[in-house]
Design a binder for this molecule. Structure first.
Ligand code: SF4
Length: 406
């Protein structure tokens, strides 16, 4: 369980004013002293994370943040850090001190959650020191809130049940690839083992696709590109889908007969984490780019395997060659998304396998708000290789089937 990557964990973040009791509540929820607690306002400075198995939801990560009312130059930086956590939050816990509720702060938080489309639960804390009259007023004002005290074990159990109930109601993790295929269907995955392949293992997007097929009763076969033709022969060409590494797209396209559908791991992740229609729309900006255009290549992690070369070298080289111009690229790696995203003419994003869906959705939302086109590595590579239509076929067919059955 502890090896479950962060990208596959539901992110539950505690927000609230300083001294609302967020850290002691987190400690009570996870049953460990993970966050520093004191009566001093602003004890939590950097976000504190705790990964755990949260029954019945499965692997989650809790994040405790600094108070959103922090003051001073350093305080403002902490508030910014807390707000950045919104980008990756699947579900928010807004913690209020029952003895000191600010309707204005509470409204401000609600607006922020709505902006980032984050379902949230109001928690009124420190109920052990709130008098009866105030309790009745709070119940009337916040009928959907959960009232707790970290000193009252049964109120924490009730809170955990309520968190699980609200999340189960709000969330549905989409499948990666199995929803595109019949039960018992056959997938061949093409994983080139060349100098760029990490030693002794296969990369996360490939592992996750295999697991998704196993979870849903889809038969998956994994081969190198050099054995692909023989594998298809062995299977008598009874294959529902071939998924390839984007870098081998062109060669694999030539090997797989037109009757078999073909796509890439990146396209699958583009659909799962983002939105294929947004990324294909983003391609419309390409033919208008010139030497004065500002292009951002954004990656969700700083891992230097597999994607570094694609993002920093291959995509710029292919795009320059396609347009016959030397374009101007900037690069951003890791969790932070630039605040000046509105200045770019095009943002090209990686497959985001190391981050959660919410982060990608938030980045797309920010770009949409500024009218900045966005595309993704897999979609762009398919376009530049001239095989985008083929790579998209399986997703378009699936959409049509959904419309017909709706
Ligand atoms: S750069 Fe993006 S696609 Fe590549 S490993 Fe990191 S998160 Fe995954």
């Amino acid at each position: 369980m502890n090896t479950t990557p962060e990208a596959n964990r539901l992110t539950i973040t505690l927000f609230g004013k300083r001294n609302a009791g967020k850290s002691s509540l987190l400690n009570a929820i996870v049953g460990q002293d993970v966050a520093l607690v004191s009566k001093q306002k602003g004890t939590t400075t950097d976000p504190v994370k705790k990964a755990m198995e949260f029954i019945p939801l499965g692997p989650v990560i809790f994040i405790d943040t600094a108070g959103i009312d922090d003051e001073g130059d350093l305080g403002k930086l902490r508030v910014e850090r807390s707000k950045k956590m919104l980008m990756r939050t699947d579900f928010a816990l807004y913690v209020m001190d029952g003895t000191d509720i600010s309707a204005e702060d509470e409204k401000g938080a609600e607006l922020l959650f709505k902006r980032f489309n984050i379902p949230f639960l109001r928690i009124i804390n420190k109920m052990d020191i709130v008098d009866e009259e105030q309790i009745n007023k709070l119940k009337e004002r916040y009928p959907d809130a959960v009232m707790v005290s970290d000193r009252n074990f049964s109120s924490i159990i009730e809170l955990k049940d309520e968190i699980a109930k609200r999340i189960s109601k709000n969330m549905e993790e989409p499948s990666l690839v199995a929803d595109l295929l019949p039960y018992g269907g056959t997938v061949v995955m093409v994983v080139p083992i060349d100098s760029e392949a990490p030693k002794g293992r296969i990369i996360l997007p490939q592992v996750q696709c295999i697991r998704d097929c196993l979870d849903h009763g889809v038969k998956s076969y994994v081969v190198r590109d050099t054995e692909l033709v023989k594998a298809l022969e062995d299977l008598d060409y009874k294959v529902d889908l071939v998924i390839t590494d984007s870098q081998a797209f062109k060669g694999v396209d030539e090997m797989v007969p037109p009757s078999i559908r073909l796509t890439s791991f990146s396209m699958i992740f583009a659909r799962n984490k983002g939105d294929l229609s947004v990324f294909s729309d983003g391609l419309k900006a390409i033919e208008g780019l010139d030497e004065n255009s500002k292009i951002l290549i954004a990656e969700s992690c700083t891992h230097n395997f597999s994607c570094e070369d694609i993002g920093r070298v291959k995509i710029p080289a292919l795009l320059d060659k396609h347009l016959g111009k030397r374009l101007n690229y900037e690069f951003k790696m890791g969790h932070d998304f630039p605040t000046n995203h509105g200045e770019y003419d095009l943002i090209i994003h990686c497959g985001a396998c190391m981050t959660n869906r919410k982060t990608m959705q938030s980045r797309m939302r920010l770009c949409k708000e500024c009218g900045v086109p966005m595309t993704n590595y897999g979609v762009l590579l398919a376009y530049l290789s001239g095989i985008l239509d083929r790579a998209m076929t399986i997703f378009i067919e699936e959409e049509r089937t959904e419309e017909e059955t709706a």
